[in-house]
Design a protein around this ligand. Structure first.
Ligand SMILES: Cc1cc2nc3c(=O)[nH]c(=O)nc-3n(C[C@H](O)[C@H](O)[C@H](O)COP(=O)(O)O)c2cc1C
Length: 253
């Protein structure tokens, strides 16, 4: 049977129309689940940074939520370095957070959010750790992650990235649990509260021998440098330093 051009185009358009409606319905219908999964992923990263969840450990939603009961999200205003109340946190939408121009830096950070969600890890009612979001450029990609600090505001408990597109096996080794384990117990600040932690080229010793340095990623000096630069930015005066100072002085830990 011979179909006219009009019929063929009409049929193709009808198929496209029906498919686009189906895709839109699926997209809208699954949006809620996508949001829930995104939140779950974020929560897992927070827990992994704090080593409350071992890297690679399969944890379902119930398990993550159970551990997360001891993790208190807070909203930090980076323009005033003050924590905001729970009402402000409840309506906070990270994707719509106002941004401010970043001061000149080596981390490739152009803008910083005015407000960020941070996390307090509680142990018997006291804050045992703070988990802080960090972002900066690697070699190929913008890397987003979390840095977990002890309640002293200085000792690193862990570092994890939940979003990065560095080369697997090279810069992508930021996700290697063995490398991540090297951060535990290092010191972010020296005794004058200068952010000095850095990823060096080659191996660093133990945290006791080399508290301010972490092993470089082999063949990935540029990603390693990106990690150093973003940590120094976020631990500095334009990042979390003023908040960490008032946290230490508040005696809340
Ligand atoms: C295909 C390809 C992918 C690379 N990916 C990365 C990367 O993800 N991170 C990185 O720092 N270097 C990467 N490099 C290497 C850099 O170009 C550069 O040589 C390296 O960072 C220098 O590190 P080294 O001094 O430890 O050898 C890649 C190189 C190639 C050819």
């Amino acid at each position: 049977m011979q179909y006219s051009m009009k019929y063929i185009f009409g049929f193709a358009a009808a198929v496209c129309f029906v498919c686009s409606i189906l895709i839109s319905i699926a997209n809208v219908g699954l949006r809620e689940r996508q949001e829930v999964n995104k939140l779950l992923d974020k929560q897992k990263s927070v827990l992994q940074a704090a080593w409350l969840l071992e890297p690679g450990e399969k944890a379902d939603r119930a398990r993550v939520e159970e551990i997360f009961q001891n993790v208190q999200p807070r909203l930090l205003d980076l323009t005033t370095d003050q924590l905001l109340d729970d009402e402000a946190l409840a309506v906070f939408d990270e994707s719509k957070a106002p941004m401010a121009e970043a001061p000149k830096n080596n981390a490739g950070i152009v803008e910083v959010p005015e407000k960020v969600r941070i996390y307090e890890v509680l142990e018997e009612g006291d804050i045992s750790m703070l988990v802080l979001p960090i972002v900066g450029k690697g070699l190929w990609s913008t890397m987003k992650g979390f840095l977990a600090l002890d309640a002293d505001g200085r000792t690193i408990r862990g570092l994890t990235y939940y979003e990065q597109a560095e080369t697997p096996g090279l810069g992508g080794e930021v996700d290697n649990p063995r490398w991540k384990a090297r951060w535990k117990g290092r010191l972010a600040y020296d005794e004058n509260w200068k952010p000095v932690i850095e990823v060096i080229k080659g191996p660093a010793g133990s945290p006791e021998e080399t508290p301010y340095a972490v092993d470089g990623l082999s063949g990935a000096t540029l990603t390693s440098r990106g990690v150093t630069n973003m940590l120094q930015f976020w631990l500095g005066d334009n990042g979390y330093a003023p908040f960490l100072k008032s946290f230490r002085e508040s005696g809340r830990a």
